[in-house]
Design a protein around this ligand. Structure first.
Ligand SMILES: NC(=O)c1ccc[n+]([C@@H]2O[C@H](COP(=O)([O-])OP(=O)(O)OC[C@H]3O[C@@H](n4cnc5c(N)ncnc54)[C@H](O)[C@@H]3O)[C@@H](O)[C@H]2O)c1
Length: 192
């Protein structure tokens, strides 16, 4: 949805990064953005290549406190989180800061609770980055979103991968959490 919103606002190119094939395929088919699998490629190198060596103008972190990452930093972040030495795992924020072009903007959309470790403040300062974040301002944006939907510019049906009854609620939440069976969203309908 962040990628689609950026496209509706007229950006030239959007690249979505994840590691699940079904989610990346959804992005290519239903959103029309380019994709990168972070387990298959060196994300920073690919983004530099795609942007003529400069880096993206804006990097949106849409992962949040439970970020996964390849390599030893994942173990490091998990241990620190479980020992309560940090509340959140900031792998995707770090990557966004390193990837962003000088003078660019890093937006934290994923939910964070509190404190993080190994935050590349030096890169923020030396690259003159703007850091932003927000909870969605529902009252401000929902009328605009509904207008886009009524014009067919924004579609969400593909996200509802699992339609279930209310009684299957706990199972639906578990499938969403574990991303089982390609679950992107479990939608509950009485009597489904
Ligand atoms: N700011 C807001 O108003 C707002 C609104 C909605 C959701 N959120 C937050 O946004 C975040 C994402 O929400 P969602 O519903 O899309 O969650 P989701 O679990 O459906 O998707 C998160 C995706 O991030 C991927 N991911 C994990 N680590 C990654 C990494 N290092 N690099 C790239 N991708 C990685 C996962 O594979 C997964 O596909 C959550 O933290 C959610 O709470 C914030």
């Amino acid at each position: 949805m962040a990628a689609r919103a950026a496209m509706l606002m007229g950006v030239e190119a959007v690249v979505v990064i994840d590691r699940y094939d079904n989610r990346l395929e959804q992005v290519r088919t239903h959103i029309g953005a380019e994709t990168l699998d972070y387990e298959e490629v060196d994300v920073l190198a690919e983004l530099r290549e795609m942007t003529g060596g400069r880096g993206p103008d804006v990097c949106i972190e849409a992962v949040g406190m439970g970020a996964h990452s390849p390599g030893p930093q994942y173990l490091y972040d998990q241990i620190k989180q479980q020992m309560r030495l940090q509340t959140d795992r900031p792998a995707a924020v770090r990557e966004a800061i390193y990837a962003c072009r000088k003078g660019g903007t890093v937006f934290t959309l994923g939910v964070f609770a509190g404190l993080v470790d190994k935050f590349p403040l030096g890169a923020v300062m030396n690259k003159a980055l703007t850091l932003r974040g927000a909870q969605q301002h529902g009252h401000r944006y929902i009328p605009e979103i509904l207008e886009h939907m009524s014009r067919g510019e924004l579609q969400t049906e593909h996200l509802a991968t699992h339609v279930m009854s209310n009684e299957d609620g706990p199972e639906g939440y578990r499938m969403f959490k574990d991303k089982e069976d390609g679950c992107v969203r479990a939608v509950f309908r009485p009597g489904a």
